[in-house]
Design a binder for this molecule. Structure first.
Ligand code: UDP
Length: 445
């Protein structure tokens, strides 16, 4: 039996494209054949990025594309619209594309379709054509277990069936071995549009067509979550700095030279991922002035689309001299640098894994989606971080930032636990590889 041929179909946003591309490259290293389907726009970015990089990708992976139907003038931040347009446009075109791919490769037809969230429709198409399917989940197993519990939580009257909001204040356990989590910390809770909750309620039914739910995590990080479904398989942490689609933000690598000049474990790294915006302006000011109060070096990522430009009103009071402000950092390299002391993070799953993998303690500043669950793990389960508390107006004040950074950096137990957790995660990579082999062997059938 030959090696499987996977058709990888990510939802066309960076947070899905890059992890699935990284996973595809890992599968290619195991000898599998990969066809990677992007939206036309992302395909062009992949092709036109660094010529050298796309050559490397294409030596292992065949790139194909379909339009996602989103008009160049449409607002891509309107995710509800992007989801519906993508589904309607790509779905009708996928069967013909599969036929064309198979016609060109008659000895090695597509044996399995791998999708990310929102692309469950492609599993349905595969099912109709007799092709196996799997889900690749670039987030925690716990967040997937939460989405998978929606029907139960509705059935037990814990959350509302239309909005996903909790019917009363309470903590829930998704399984006996999982931690208690606030019902308001569920990953759909702070999405202000009920569309996302209702969409995920339906999407989970379709994702069940996938034989495996492959999660970029490792078993020991979230043991309990794996007891909730036999489909869940930890294949991470994927930490190779593989070739990626060019992000719209240009990486400022000068911060690595700058880090080389800083004392060991001295620098506070502050980043809120690729989507979160710090609002209102007074919150930006408190963050900037809080960093000023620290009297230690820091790197602050100020994305260009964040409304966080240096011309903001607070700049007169903000002495950025101790810090390095960059518009996009080479984050994996930054977090693995010995000069880093701690990470002020929005607790996105990739940032969480990257911090954990490098033994860096966290100051948690979660905003929405799965970030609240990730914060629960960081602070209450793994105990490798502290949460920044909001005042009565919902702001994190400069004094709180100063106090918590100092408290965190004085806490030797948190530092020890961070190192132990890192060691455990590195050990789990072997298990992740075994699971990958199990998955590939299944796909050969
Ligand atoms: N990232 C980066 N440079 C930055 C900020 C973030 O490379 O300046 C990367 C980070 O390493 C991570 C991803 O962007 O892999 C953010 O993913 P995460 O899941 O943490 O958050 P999201 O962007 O999905 O909210």
């Amino acid at each position: 039996m030959g090696m499987p041929h996977f058709l990888a179909i990510p939802y066309p946003i960076l947070g899905h494209m890059n992890p699935l591309l990284e996973f595809s490259q890992v599968l290619a290293k195991f000898g599998c054949k990969i066809t990677f389907l992007s939206s036309d726009e992302n395909y062009n970015r992949l092709k036109s990025g660094c010529a050298e990089q796309s050559k490397v990708i294409e030596s292992h992976i065949k790139l194909v594309s379909l339009p996602d139907g989103v008009d160049p003038d449409d607002d891509r931040k309107d995710q509800a619209k992007v989801i519906l347009t993508t589904i309607n446009t790509m779905r009708t075109k996928l069967p013909n594309l599969i036929q064309d791919i198979n016609a060109l490769d008659s000895d090695n037809n597509i044996s399995c379709i791998i999708v990310t969230k929102n692309m469950g429709w492609a599993l349905e198409v595969g099912h109709q054509l007799g092709i196996n399917g799997a889900l690749f989940w670039p987030a925690s197993a716990t967040s997937l277990a939460s989405f998978n519990s929606i029907q139960t939580l509705v059935g037990e009257g814990i959350i509302d069936s239309e909005t996903g909001l909790p019917n009363r204040k309470q903590e829930i356990k998704l399984s006996p071995k999982m931690p208690l989590m606030d019902a308001v910390a569920m990953p759909w809770y702070c999405l202000d549009n009920p569309f996302f909750f209702l969409h995920m309620k339906e999407e989970m039914k379709i994702l069940n067509l996938g034989e495996w739910w492959l999660c970029n995590t490792c078993f020991d990080l979230e043991k309990g979550a794996f007891s909730t479904s036999p489909k869940l398989l930890p294949i991470g942490p994927l930490m190779e700095d593989e070739h990626k689609i060019n992000s719209p933000f240009v990486e400022d690598t000068s911060c690595i030279d700058w880090l080389d000049q800083q004392p060991p474990q001295s620098v506070v790294y502050v980043s809120f991922g690729s989507m979160v915006s710090i609002k209102p302006p007074s919150q930006l000011k408190e963050l900037a002035l809080g960093l000023n109060l620290l009297k230690r070096p820091y790197i602050l990522v100020v994305r260009k689309d964040n409304g966080f430009g240096l011309n903001n009103a607070y700049v007169d009071e903000f002495r950025g001299s101790q810090g390095k402000i960059v518009s996009w950092a080479p984050q994996k390299k930054v977090l693995s640098h010995p000069a880093i002391a701690c990470f002020i993070s929005h607790c996105g799953w990739n940032s969480t894994l990257e911090g954990v993998y490098n033994g860096v303690p966290f100051l948690c500043w979660p905003f929405c989606s799965d970030q609240l669950i990730n914060k629960t793990y960081i602070c209450d389960v793994w105990k490798v971080g502290l949460e920044l508390e909001k005042d009565e107006n919902g702001l994190i004040l400069r004094g709180e930032i100063k106090k918590k950074v100092e408290k965190l950096l004085e806490d030797e137990e948190i530092k020890e636990r961070s190192v132990k957790l890192m060691e455990m995660v590195i050990k789990n990579k072997t298990e992740g590889h075994k699971n990958l082999n199990k998955f590939i062997n299944w796909a050969k059938k």
